[in-house]
Design a protein around this ligand. Structure first.
Ligand code: GDP
Length: 441
């Protein structure tokens, strides 16, 4: 789970504050020190961590937290506010040209995830914003990079512009002309990266920049490289002056240092974060949502949005009708499980539910969780799936045998199914939010 270590350290710092009979400036100071240590352990830039905790302390002292009825919560709120601040406050979207095509230049070190991100961005813009992108293969030195881009683009049905010659500037220029003549509204240029930010890399990006005048330059950094990512971005920004940062590999074992430092150090917003190798593992970067996740407040908004992606309106409506008319059966239940599985890493999803973070770690929730349920449903007759109440003892024993489970598990499933049905029925009255959440029960 993202930022797990940092989350639990901050949580325990705040918890120890809550455990105090009286909150004084002495134990506030101790808690703030603990938070600073947690930030430094997470590889947050020293100066950023210092400023963060100074601000928190100042605000706590300046408020009436000490005398308030619920100092723990108030304290958490201040930490939350400061965290949103260092993550960049508001969501910062990428630019759109007044006159199409919008040209987006992608730069970063080799292996940072540039090519993957280029394709992800194309998919995202196509799917979420109804755009028609073209990808330009300007990473001309590695033939493998061009092939990789073509393969990824094939998956999402987006055209790629490439040429035989090793001339990145020409590729970029011609891709823009191509977009104009084909009336495509977006050009995404995947450039060459090197192992370090060196002059040659900067020169090439600078040259592409001056020849196609991109509307947006994004610098891609591997979040797992922590402060190296921050330093690289800083050096690159001093020469190229980019518009935003993309954090990749946030699904990896990242301590959080890059995400928490980069905005303050480089003074450029984080625009997207990438959380996996698959093309749909990309999210716009929302400082408030990430802060909520780090502080264990859950990220219900992202959760609901993700659930909604899986739910086109029609399906949701049909399901709604079934629920209200009591026709929801185990077949529908089975479908719901398939949808949940399609939503990707389950533990990641559940981590977004407030307060669920800890429970999930212990529960080891994975696709396997659903295996026995699927096996049980598969062993039933269509009639039984439709109306599980008709299952008698003999049938339950037989199904247990057929599915390699136990009668207890079957009883449990039927009980859960019953409860879920009731819950969904009451939730369906809550409207859209309810609809989205049903997929997760
Ligand atoms: P480039 O050299 O900068 O173009 O980097 P690539 O796009 O080729 O990515 C390098 C490696 O990182 C590839 O194996 C990608 O599949 C992988 N990768 C990219 N983004 C992510 C991510 O968000 N999470 C994970 N786990 N892997 C990623």
């Amino acid at each position: 789970v993202m930022f797990e270590d940092l989350s639990s350290k901050i949580e325990s710092a705040v918890q120890s504050l809550k455990g105090q009979a009286r909150i004084t400036d002495v134990n506030i100071a101790e808690t703030v020190r603990e938070i600073r240590r947690a930030l430094l352990d997470a590889d947050v830039n020293l100066e950023v961590a210092r400023r963060f905790t100074d601000e928190v302390k100042e605000r706590v002292m300046g408020s009436d937290v000490l005398n308030s009825v619920n100092p723990g919560q108030q304290f958490t709120k201040i930490v939350y506010d400061e965290m949103v601040k260092i993550l960049g406050e508001e969501r910062s979207d990428i630019a759109v040209a007044h006159q199409p095509p919008t040209v987006i230049l992608i730069a970063g070190l080799q292996g940072s995830g540039k090519t993957t991100f280029s394709a992800k961005l194309a998919r995202y813009l196509k799917q979420e914003n109804n755009r028609n992108p073209i990808l330009a293969a300007a990473d001309v030195y590695r033939p493998a990079a061009i092939d990789q881009l073509k393969t990824l683009a094939g998956e999402i049905d987006v055209p790629v512009y490439s040429i035989e010659q090793k001339d990145a500037v020409r590729v970029a220029k011609e891709a823009v002309s191509m977009a104009k003549s084909l009336a495509l509204d977006t050009v995404i240029i995947d450039t060459a990266g090197r192992l370090h930010v060196d002059e040659k890399m900067m020169d090439e990006v600078a040259e592409i920049k001056s020849s196609v005048e991109p509307d947006e330059i994004l610098f891609i950094v591997d979040a797992m490289t922590g402060q190296d990512a921050v330093n690289t971005a800083k050096a690159f920004n001093e020469t190229i002056d980019f518009d935003g940062v993309v954090l990749t590999k946030m699904d990896g074992d990242t301590r959080g240092g890059a995400a928490l430092s980069i905005r303050s150090v480089v003074e450029k917003p984080i625009k997207f974060m990438s959380t996996g190798e698959k093309l749909d593992a990309l999210s716009p970067f929302y400082p408030d949502r990430l802060a909520q996740r780090i502080l264990g407040m859950g990220d219900v908004v992202s959760l609901v949005e993700k659930a909604q992606q899986e739910y086109d309106e029609k399906q949701a409506k049909k399901l709604q009708e079934k629920i209200t008319s009591d026709k929801f059966d185990l077949v529908d239940f089975y479908d719901q499980i398939q949808k949940i599985k399609k939503m990707g890493d389950i533990s990641d999803l559940v981590g977004m539910i407030p307060g669920a973070g800890k429970a999930v770690e212990d529960a080891d929730l994975s696709e396997d969780t659903f295996k026995p349920i699927e096996a049980i449903i598969n062993s039933m007759t269509p009639e039984e799936r439709h109306n599980p109440e008709i299952l008698n003892g003999t049938r339950r024993r037989r199904i247990a045998k057929g599915s390699g489970t136990s009668v207890r598990e079957i009883n449990q499933l039927i009980k859960q199914f019953d409860q879920m049905k009731k819950m969904m029925k009451s939730m369906s009255k809550m409207g859209k939010m309810g609809q989205a959440m049903q997929g997760l029960k």
